[in-house]
Design a protein around this ligand. Structure first.
Ligand SMILES: Cc1cc2nc3c(=O)[nH]c(=O)nc-3n(C[C@H](O)[C@H](O)[C@H](O)COP(=O)(O)O)c2cc1C
Length: 184
């Protein structure tokens, strides 16, 4: 790879103690070990306003500084990881709102890895949504359950050999797609 792959990871949970965030942290570390540059956008720490259709397609002009910063980070990203728990049989509203604050310019032609917690439905739903943004959801996906984690002093810790292996393969595939799409 010529320059480091830049991956923007968005955990779609603002829970203070979040399995989704714990999974994303492992995925970010796994990508970094493979030479990627990662940034986790924590929607609890960097909240976004309700997506305003006035700025559809022009997030860089949004009056909210967090939206402008997210758009900048997304423009620079070569790939994304979107993660979400199951909320009412789908993915979370905060994640949808984040996607609605952005648009095709940020996502088109880029690979996206999808991660679900507590069920597969949100990942299936996201697969359709990212297609409308012109992005390519990679084939492999990661789905975690509560029993895959242990409680540590700083929150949940992934505690599953099967999932650790799955995450390794998922990260390999994501970075392989980056290489192919960038023509490295
Ligand atoms: C609004 C809401 C809706 C939920 N809907 C479902 C559901 O349909 N099915 C399910 O298994 N869990 C559901 N849950 C439980 C969450 O998936 C579960 O608490 C998960 O651990 C939250 O992820 P997090 O720890 O990353 O925040 C729901 C939780 C909330 C707050």
């Amino acid at each position: 790879m010529t320059t480091k792959a830049r991956v923007l990871l968005i955990p779609g949970s603002i829970g203070r103690l979040s399995y989704t965030r714990a999974a994303i942290q492992v995925i970010a570390q796994t990508l970094e070990v493979r030479g990627a540059e990662t940034r986790i956008w924590d929607l609890a720490e960097m909240p976004l306003p309700m997506a305003d259709p006035e700025y559809d397609g022009i997030p860089q002009h949004n009056p909210d500084a967090n939206v402008r910063e997210l758009a900048r980070a997304a423009n620079e990203a070569d790939a994304f990881v979107l993660a979400t728990p199951v909320y009412h049989n789908s993915y979370t509203g905060v994640l949808k709102n984040a996607l609605d604050c952005l648009g095709d310019d940020q996502f088109a032609g880029k690979p996206i890895g999808l991660v679900g917690h507590q069920g597969i439905q949100p990942v299936d739903h996201l697969r359709i949504v990212v297609r409308s943004l012109g992005a390519h959801a990679i084939t492999r996906q990661v789905v975690t359950r509560k029993q895959d984690f242990a409680s540590g002093p700083d929150g949940y810790v992934l505690n599953s050999e099967t999932l650790t292996h799955r995450i390794n393969v998922f990260c390999d595939e994501l970075l392989d797609w980056v290489r192919r799409f960038r023509g490295d």
